[in-house]
Design a protein around this ligand. Structure first.
Ligand code: S3P
Length: 436
């Protein structure tokens, strides 16, 4: 796909539903009693992988547009899957479903695409094994034709669930996927289960599980859950995904003569780091119509063209904007001064190594970027030129560099735009609508 410099972007849009909340709606609905109705569900490839895995576990679901009905079977109603549970590209599906499968009296096999097979799963094996589940990894090169044991700590793997015991887990990483997996296993364990993280990660699981009737408490960076709750189906309206809104925030800020109103965006404090970072960089950004929808804070975000300056982005802000760092790095390239992004080593184990891939592509466009162990240093303010962008099939890289290309001289070519189906299938249509 080819992208050239555009004059301005003006208008209103609503971005699709939040990916993290959409996944959790399906999963929690599946293990609750009765019907869960999810509206504004994200029909992206990752969330569709979650639907397909739960169908293989015996849950029936109906989808019409962005509305999904989940016919939950209660905490102990899942059936042993007859097939491999294929999570596609979705780390959230693989890690969270493992928490639920740890508590089932059957074995399941999990696998996914080439990217998921490289992502670290030991981070969930460790606590879930301590609780009583068993894991066996398989050699991916010969799987599934033959099952050769591997010590990879990666997919494909078999998980054998069973009787679990509650633990207090001190997680070495601030990861909502790890926290959510352990809390989900805690629903099936004997005694209380709690997780303490080094910094607070997104808290959608805690909010939503409480909404479904779980006994869950959060104090600072520790979340605790009691076992065997009677979860009841819910109606959930999913807010717009702030991670998807971030591309339009960046676009509005860096493109001259632009003004974009992004409606119905989730602005949960554990997710809104991009708003804080944009304000720290001098962005003209205001929140309107702030409200609470299905237990999540929501607002409309008005963004206007701004002269950005550099900022330091690190510490507890990082988990609240971890998925937005590729587009934040693009904003930094257009900002005056040197932006330092630190404490973000988790970027190396996302859908691609985002420290390396952002550096590679920004450098190709003429920016000065130095990768570091835990982030990058970006000397902003140099005009960018068009280049060939290698997305590494990472949806967030494709969208971030589309925004960069729209503000660079000459032509930018993406080697793959299809990967945007993972989290934002209508991204290019929504973008085009703002040029009319
Ligand atoms: C997610 C948590 C984050 C995030 C991912 C979605 C979730 O991952 O990057 O896109 O829904 O729990 P980590 O938990 O690995 O930080």
């Amino acid at each position: 796909m080819k992208i050239t410099n555009s004059y301005s972007f003006r208008g209103e849009l609503s971005v699709p539903g939040d990916k993290s909340i959409s996944h959790r709606g399906i999963m929690f609905g599946a293990i609750s009693n009765g019907l869960t109705e999810i509206t504004n569900f994200l029909q992206g490839a990752d969330c569709r992988s979650t639907i397909s895995c739960f169908q293989k576990l015996g849950i029936s679901m109906e989808s019409q547009g962005t509305c999904v009905l989940v016919h939950g079977k209660g905490l102990h109603g899942l059936q042993a899957p007859a097939q491999i549970l294929d999570v596609g590209n979705s780390g959230t599906t693989m890690r969270l479903i493992s928490g639920i499968l740890a508590g089932q009296p059957f074995e399941s096999i999990l696998d996914g695409d080439a990217s998921i097979r490289k992502r670290p799963m030991k981070r969930i094996f460790t606590p879930l094994s301590q609780m009583g589940a068993d894991f066996q990894c398989w050699e991916p090169a010969v799987f599934p034709a033959s099952k050769k044991p591997a010590a990879s700590g990666c997919a494909p793997f078999t998980i054998k669930g069973g009787k679990l015991t509650g633990i207090h887990y001190t997680s070495p990483v601030a990861s909502a996927q790890v926290k959510s997996a352990v809390l989900l296993a805690g629903l099936y364990a004997q005694g209380e289960t709690s997780v303490t993280e080094p910094k607070l990660s997104r808290d959608h699981a805690e909010r939503k599980l409480a909404g479904f009737g779980a006994e869950i408490t959060s104090i600072s960076t520790t979340a605790s859950v009691k076992p065997e709750p009677a979860l009841e189906g819910q109606q959930i309206h999913v807010p717009g995904d702030i991670s998807s809104a971030a591309y339009f925030i960046a676009l509005g800020l860096i493109t001259p003569h632009s003004e974009i109103l992004i409606q119905n965006v989730g602005v949960n404090p554990t997710r809104n780091g991009i708003l804080k970072a944009a304000l720290a960089m001098g962005g003209n950004l205001t929140l309107h119509n702030e409200r609470t929808v299905s237990g999540e804070p929501v607002a409309d975000i008005l963004v206007k063209s701004s002269s950005l300056h550099s900022a330091t982005i690190d510490g507890s802000l990082i988990p609240a904007l971890i998925d937005e760092i590729p587009v934040l790095a693009v904003m930094a390239a257009f900002a005056d001064g040197t932006t330092v992004i630190g404490d973000a080593q988790e970027l190396k184990v996302k859908e691609s190594d985002r420290i390396a891939v952002v550096t590679e592509n920004l450098t190709a466009m003429g920016a000065s970027v130095t990768p570091t162990q835990d982030g990058m240093i970006i000397e902003g303010g140099k005009p960018l030129h068009g280049a060939l962008i290698r997305t590494h099939q990472d949806h967030r890289i494709a969208m971030a560099f589309t925004i960069a290309g729209l503000n660079a001289t000459g032509e930018t070519t993406l080697d793959d735009r299809n990967c945007t189906v993972i989290s934002y299938p209508s991204f290019y249509e929504d973008l085009l609508a703002l040029t009319r």
